[in-house]
Design a protein around this ligand. Structure first.
Ligand code: PNW
Length: 662
């Protein structure tokens, strides 16, 4: 089929990367040296020779840009019987009971209590509206959550464990055969796990979903410090030992990028609000849109977050590159936890362990009148952008090191893994967990006169220059932020960054498959996907531009605009709140692309966890943004009754129709 062949070609070319750094012998040398042979060969073989053959001025035939999802899904094979089907939540977002059962404080408790203004609220007179103090009260109501899982025919439930519910100060220790655990915390997770199993639902457990024990943040700056990896591994060991007889699916870390970049650089929306990226804006007097209550200062200083350094002083001023160091240490934490599992438990318990990363698939920018040559260049930049956005986190657990492009362009600003650490990291994820929501455009940035901005030279390589020639997200390299330059990729869902472009899941699955062909041993699991139903709070300034744009390239279906009738009406639960058509359509489209990736492209995708089972505490958006398939009235309903939305049973039906049943 014409369209599908072209689709595959497009994906293969996204694997091309060599020509990004030109005329840079030193950098090329280090690339050959550091990238694993297998991976390098795969990357090289992905380079299409037609790339070079493209005539300078020959125009691209827009009809050849096709994502191949306009097919009748019943004509391709179904997903296999053992497909891991379920829904996801996270401890801080649903549990509540923040000071019950002897639970310790996490960075999220601290952040939300210290800076309530940084969290959206529909009613600030309610003191739990800006935090997870009560949330969905799943600590007491987990049995009701299980009933919701049944409605979607879930075979799996992905939930996370609150580290500080088990260990107040984050430090798990075993003395004379006994752990210093908070017994009430252990009892809670045992009850949850056992209830799931009684209901024939398999637990899929995340060890860390952003709720670091606050004590560790105070002690040494949390993930900024090298020592965090060992505390994480000790806590993980306790979990394997205690729950591993029943839990066979483990995720070490959820979304290291969001945790580190939002929590340590972007500020002021996510814990622990280190905001080293906010500080330069403050210095430049550009604080538009920032609620700076609490604030933070900024020092450019040496970043000694290494094994040689002493434990870091608590509460020192934020420094540059904190997100980079957080990422480095959290990846090591993942690897250390996996080592413990493999050395002491995996053989006997026979479970799988992996990491869940996030990141948007990168879509090469296309427009009417674009030349073939330019489009080919955009494909290369799509791969490069994906290496920065995704590969930075997925390469280490697969290949044992950061992508060559990231190393070259970051220069000395990127910490290095030692030989031992590389060995520890390599192959440390039995499966690859991927949270996928949205997509970004990618291209090379142009100067005013239309010439290309050149990549940084070896001398220029550092954090600030590393992406200077790359479109930043969807913004044509002209600024930062999510919505600065239209058009966006797909329609605007109910969260500022959340746009609907369903082919992204298939493009991303193919990107992973091309890159890691034989390295992902137990397939890819989509550990999160979903949307907030459109609501009146999101800005829709780009809708028209996006619509016109997609029409201009002959793909009006991806503009996917919606009208008033799809927008959540808070005053009437029996309207769009429960009859969530937009969300059902979201799931249909993404799942169709997932099934095509499996059936047509042959991708080893083994599971899908919808985000989220229930409406919950959506971090800095509080209870004002609803990703759930179950409605909860957080402000008025004392009982926090679970009301299933249409999407919940819709997914239950999807499962019966699209996954082999016998
Ligand atoms: C994920 N982005 O976060 C998290 O794992 C969930 O806890 C969260 O509730 C869910 O997605 C919905 O937000 C993300 O900006 C946050 O691209 C932000 C982004 C992606 C994922």
């Amino acid at each position: 089929m014409k369209t599908l062949t072209l689709f595959t070609t497009l994906l293969a070319v996204t694997a091309a990367k060599k020509c990004i750094v030109k005329d840079n012998k030193a950098a090329e040398g280090s690339e050959t040296e550091t990238v694993e042979g297998d991976l390098q060969n795969e990357i090289d073989s992905g380079v299409e020779s037609e790339t070079d053959a493209a005539d300078d001025d020959e125009l691209l035939d827009l009809s050849t840009v096709d994502y191949g999802d306009n097919v009748d899904i019943t004509t391709v094979k179904k997903l296999p019987k053992d497909f891991k089907w379920g829904a996801a939540t996270a401890a801080y977002q649903v549990e509540g009971a923040w000071d019950e059962g002897n639970r310790g404080e996490s960075v999220w408790d601290h952040f939300t209590h210290e800076y309530p203004k940084n969290v959206e609220s529909g009613d600030r007179t309610i003191d739990y509206s800006t935090n997870g103090n009560r949330a969905c009260d799943s600590y007491h109501k987990y049995e009701e959550d299980v009933k919701m899982l049944k409605l979607m025919n879930a075979k799996y439930y992905r939930f996370s464990i609150s580290w500080s519910r088990l260990f107040h100060d984050g430090e798990a220790k075993k003395e004379d055969g006994k752990w210093n655990v908070n017994q009430e915390g252990e009892d809670y997770y045992n009850a949850l796990i056992n209830t799931l199993l009684d209901n024939e639902i398999i637990p899929f457990v995340t060890l860390y979903h952003w709720d670091l024990p606050y004590a560790l943040h105070e002690k040494y700056g949390g993930w900024l410090d090298y020592h965090s990896q060992y505390d994480f591994a000790n806590y993980a060991e306790y979990c394997f030992e205690t729950f591993g007889d029943r839990v066979k699916n483990w995720i070490t870390i959820n979304e290291p990028w969001v945790n580190c970049v939002s929590g340590y650089r972007l500020g002021p929306g996510k814990a622990p609000y280190r905001c080293t990226g906010e500080a330069p804006r403050r210095l430049a007097n550009d604080t538009t849109g920032l609620d700076l209550e609490g604030g933070c200062s900024y020092e450019v200083g040496p970043t000694q977050y290494t094994p040689e350094s002493e434990v870091l002083p608590a509460n020192r001023a934020p420094q540059k590159l904190e997100d980079v160091w957080c990422s480095h240490n959290i990846l090591l934490g993942h690897a250390q936890a996996v080592k413990v599992y493999r050395d002491k438990f995996q053989k006997e318990q026979k479970g799988l362990i992996g990491i869940t990363i996030d990141g948007e698939a990168q879509i090469p920018w296309v427009e009417p009148g674009i030349s073939k040559k330019e489009y080919e260049n955009n494909k290369k930049y799509a791969n490069l952008a994906a290496e920065f956005r995704i590969g930075w986190y997925s390469d280490p657990p697969m290949t044992g090191d950061y992508p060559a492009s990231v190393k070259e362009r970051m220069g000395k600003d990127l910490p290095e893994f030692t030989k031992e650490q590389k060995e520890l990291l390599k192959g440390s994820s039995d499966f690859l967990g991927w949270n996928t929501y949205t997509a970004h455009w990618a291209a090379q940035v142009k100067n005013e006169d239309g010439s290309y901005v050149e990549p940084p030279t070896a001398e220029e390589a550092n954090f600030d220059n590393s992406k200077k020639d790359m479109w930043d997200d969807n913004c044509k390299g002209r600024g930062d932020g999510w919505t600065c330059i239209p058009p966006t990729l797909g329609s605007q869902a109910g969260s500022s960054w959340n746009t609907k472009f369903a082919p992204t899941i298939r493009v991303g699955l193919n990107w992973f498959n091309d890159r890691y062909k034989n390295l992902i041993k137990n397939g890819i699991v989509i550990t999160e996907n979903g949307c907030a139903q459109p609501n009146y709070k999101v800005a829709r300034a780009n809708d028209e531009v996006t619509k016109k744009y997609f029409e201009s390239i002959g793909q009006p279906q991806y503009a996917d605009t919606y009208g008033e009738e799809d927008i959540e009406d808070e005053s009437n639960i029996n309207g769009t709140i429960l009859h969530d058509k937009y969300r059902q359509d979201w799931y249909d489209q993404y799942l169709k692309n997932l099934r095509l990736a499996y059936a047509v492209d042959g991708i080893d995708v083994r599971g899908y966890m919808a985000w989220s089972l229930i409406d919950n505490f959506e971090w800095e958006n509080g209870y004002e943004t609803r990703f759930g398939m179950t409605y909860i009235d957080f402000y008025k309903d004392e009982n926090l009754t679970r009301h299933p939305k249409d999407s919940l049973e819709h997914l239950g039906q999807w499962y019966l129709e699209n996954v082999e049943q016998n």
